[in-house]
Design a protein around this ligand. Structure first.
Ligand SMILES: Nc1ncnc2c1ncn2[C@@H]1O[C@H](COP(=O)(O)OP(=O)(O)OP(=O)(O)O)[C@@H](O)[C@H]1O
Ligand SMILES: [Mg+2]
Length: 133
């Protein structure tokens, strides 16, 4: 099966998570990924990863999408080589990666152009939707 791929830059700032969600959902919708529950999960994952890239990362944020039928991977790259790690949630946070883990099949971090890229594979897209490619 041919993969559908997209990659785009996100302007850095307080609006980065919202901008990212809009861009990701627009691309996925154009590809036929429109299921409400599934796209809600995707929105949360994108929000948490982009918020982390802005708050804890450095330099830039680049989003990638790869779709192989029901299997869809979103990636968020930033310019810091520091590797994100789940931590014990407390009053100051620590819930973002817990959410990402709960809403994805798997996630991991890889080196990317001097920084890193967090890749997260969503649960399989439900095949009940006839618009699905
Ligand atoms: N892009 C990143 N670059 C560097 N460190 C990161 C990145 N993302 C996460 N981290 C590290 O991993 C930790 C856990 O991230 P997580 O999103 O779970 O919690 P948080 O961002 O601290 O709080 P919350 O997401 O609940 O507001 C962060 O505290 C940070 O130290
Ligand atoms: Mg976070």
């Amino acid at each position: 099966m041919t993969a559908l791929t997209a990659q785009f830059d996100v302007p850095l700032g307080v609006d980065s998570p919202r901008t990212s969600r809009k861009a990701v959902l627009a691309v996925l919708s154009a590809w036929g990924y429109v299921d409400d529950d599934w796209t809600a999960d995707m929105s949360v994952v994108v929000s948490e990863l982009v918020t982390n890239a802005v708050q804890h990362g450095a330099g830039f944020v680049v989003i990638g999408l790869e779709a192989y039928g029901e299997q869809v991977v979103v990636s968020v790259a930033d310019g810091s080589a520091v590797v994100p790690r789940r931590r014990e949630p407390d009053g100051r946070g620590g819930r973002g990666l817990v959410l990402v883990e709960a809403l994805t099949r798997r996630w991991h971090v890889e080196e990317h152009e001097g920084g890193k890229r967090v890749r997260a594979e969503l649960r399989p897209y439900p095949d009940t939707d006839r618009e699905h490619p």
